[in-house]
Write a new protein. Structure first.
Length: 271
């Protein structure tokens, strides 16, 4: 099965009108609402990747399987390069990841460190009404692709935490974020891998945005200006990479996640 065949299968999805996610750089995954795999497409993919993530004789899932799920996305006009080989480079620490008091979809208070701890985290700041295809929908498309890889590859899925934080708490209440999560998080309905958080007030959110260097501005029409940034954070709560516009390639981010997993394994073995 070719990468093109796999991409065509992923187009079999449906839209949630309220999300207002519009076409962007990665084609069908950026339609009126971000698509997710339907059962039929998942079944087709299973035959192509069965056995690639886990070998029966291995005590734990292979970190870099022979067939890496993320490579099924293929090269695109925007990301016209070969994906890097995990472990062939290092990711230096860029500093400590900040904590913050936020709310989950049930309105329960959660701290960022609490939900990050024990996982390799990919963190994105968004607002749900964003209609700029080069803004929030692009980063949410990336996290959706990462979630898909996590579903298919246990080595990635068991280690990965995806966190979406809204910087528009006046509109993006816990209830709104819960609906947004239901539309985007696919099979991960219990939130074990992908969490959607907001704040109680703008004042509660300000120190979090400042700590992650996320300046935002509000226009007269209620929309926001902001810098598109997605953060990779290791289990020790250190920022290891920051992805901006032009680097929202799931192949690249998953290669970084696998590189961190290889780093952890070497550390356990004293290498």
């Amino acid at each position: 099965m070719t990468a093109r065949d796999r991409q065509d299968m992923r187009k079999r999805a449906y839209a949630i009108p309220t999300l207002r996610i519009v076409p962007g750089r990665r084609g069908a995954r950026r339609r009126a609402a971000l698509p997710w795999l339907v059962a039929g497409a998942a079944a087709c993919f299973a035959s192509a990747i069965t056995g690639s993530a886990v070998q029966a004789h291995d005590p734990e899932p292979r970190i870099v399987p022979e067939e890496r799920v993320e490579l099924s996305f293929g090269r695109t006009e925007e990301y016209d390069y070969e994906a890097p080989e995990p472990g062939s480079y290092r990711l230096p620490s860029l500093g400590d990841a900040a904590d913050g008091a936020l709310l989950d979809g049930d309105g329960e208070q959660r701290s960022l460190h609490e939900v990050m701890r024990g996982r390799i985290t990919v963190l994105a700041f968004i607002y749900t009404r964003c209609a700029d295809p080069q803004g929030c929908p692009l980063s949410m498309g990336l996290l959706h692709d990462l979630d898909y890889v996590g579903e298919k590859d246990p080595a990635v899925g068991d280690a990965l935490r995806l966190i979406t934080v809204s910087f528009d708490p006046e509109h993006d209440t816990p209830e709104v974020m819960a609906d947004y999560a239901a539309a985007l998080s696919g099979d991960d309905r219990d939130g074990t891998r992908w969490l959607f958080l907001t704040a109680r007030t703008n004042e509660d959110l300000k120190p979090v945005l400042a700590a992650y260097d996320q300046p935002i501005g509000k226009r007269g029409d209620g929309s926001f200006t902001h810098q598109l940034r997605v953060y990779l954070i290791d289990r020790e709560l250190r920022v290891r990479n920051i992805y901006s516009l032009g680097f929202m390639d799931p192949r690249l981010v998953i290669a970084d996640v696998r590189t961190l997993l290889l780093e952890e394994r070497k550390g356990r073995r004293g290498m």
